[in-house]
Design a protein around this ligand. Structure first.
Ligand SMILES: Nc1ncnc2c1ncn2[C@@H]1O[C@H](COP(=O)(O)OP(=O)(O)O)[C@@H](O)[C@H]1O
Ligand SMILES: [Mg+2]
Length: 148
């Protein structure tokens, strides 16, 4: 059994642009403090930031959880709705339904999911209209002794 080192859970509130990015920043600080490898912290930070922003902009709110194990960091982003109509389209680079007011703040490039994919070793997105969106991402820690 793999021993779990650290578990972080944060609430992400909808429409809260004033604190946009604060949850992912806190997660980065906690991971750095726990001695997680810099590259892993950087990648987890990007994934969390994109998931946090999407929850703020498009969901009614949800939770961002991070679980650190000796071999990997797992990220769970789960919101309570409204879910994504066309998940395949949403995963495509450049697809965005960001409203004009969010675009004025520089959001809506449609690169959030592509960025999550690029920085994850495993990315699972499950979303249904009415239910909500669930994301699981894994970033492996390559800190095992490689003797050959
Ligand atoms: N948690 C979510 N709830 C509902 N819709 C979402 C959520 N996350 C993403 N989406 C939808 O997927 C689209 C693409 O997301 P993303 O790749 O992050 O690009 P962007 O945020 O720039 O629009 C969003 O515009 C939105 O329509
Ligand atoms: Mg986004």
């Amino acid at each position: 059994m793999d021993e779990q080192k650290l578990r972080l859970v944060y609430r992400v509130k909808p429409m809260d642009l004033a604190s946009a990015g604060s949850v992912s920043s806190q997660i980065k600080v906690e991971l750095q403090r726990s001695g997680i490898e810099d590259d892993v912290v950087r990648r987890v930070g990007i994934i969390c930031f994109e998931a946090e922003m999407n929850m703020i902009l498009y969901s009614v709110g949800g939770k961002l959880k991070v679980e650190v194990n000796s071999d990997k960091v797992e990220i769970f982003a789960e919101d309570e709705g409204p879910g994504i109509e066309d998940l395949n389209a949403a995963m495509e680079p450049g697809f965005s339904t960001a409203p004009p007011w969010a675009q004025d703040y520089g959001f809506g490039a449609g690169m959030g999911f592509p960025n999550m994919k690029l920085n994850s070793d495993v990315l699972e997105v499950d979303s249904k209209p009415g239910t909500g969106t669930k994301i699981r991402s894994v970033v492996y820690r390559r800190n095992t002794d490689e003797t050959c």
